[in-house]
Design a protein around this ligand. Structure first.
Ligand code: HEC
Length: 144
């Protein structure tokens, strides 16, 4: 094997090992991981940030929940109730989304998973660049 081939091979090995270590660290945690629940049950329809897939993206939804409800526990409770059995009267973030995307079907999850995923969605608003600053107005992109 020549020098160039060796470099290529080591790059390939590095590339292969990093996603695997990610998978291991996820299964290692005993508590329900809201992000993992999201990836498995919600990400088919919901992107995290715009552009949307077949549903409004999560960060603008989260921002809208924060605008309408100040209590974290109340917000998470309301969101979990919506995910368990979505209905028009439970919609809080974006009533117009129903006309654009249709009503979300209920997602059959256990209570632990429901709370974990609702907590993860709630926290997407406060955990970075989309926080309560000028970026909070980005919720507008689900109005279109
Ligand atoms: C089959 C596609 C689909 C899946 C799967 C799905 N959703 Fe949705 N979701 C939608 C659509 C469409 C809307 C917008 C219409 C509505 O409000 O029902 C929506 C809206 C929402 C809303 C906003 C409700 C509001 O107040 O406006 C939240 C929160 C939400 N989804 C969370 C989730 C979570 C968490 C999961 C996974 C556990 C999930 N969704 C899985 C399609 C989906």
């Amino acid at each position: 094997m020549n020098h160039v081939e060796k470099i290529l091979l080591s790059g390939l090995l590095l590339g292969l090992s990093s996603p695997m270590s990610g998978a291991f660290s996820q299964t290692a945690s005993a508590a329900v991981d809201g992000k993992a629940v999201f990836d498995k049950n919600c990400s088919v329809c919901h992107s995290v940030a715009p552009p949307p897939k077949s549903a409004p993206p999560i960060i603008p939804i989260s921002a809208r929940y924060h605008q309408k409800i100040s209590s974290r526990s109340e917000g998470i409770k309301r969101m979990a109730a919506f995910i368990k059995s979505p209905s028009e009267d439970k919609v809080l973030a974006d009533p117009q989304a129903i006309a654009r995307f249709g009503m979300m079907p209920p997602v059959p999850l256990g209570d632990g998973e429901l709370t974990a995923v609702a907590t993860w969605v709630w926290d997407q608003n406060s955990s970075g660049k989309w926080g309560q600053g000028p970026g909070a107005g980005r919720g507008d992109c689900i109005k279109q």
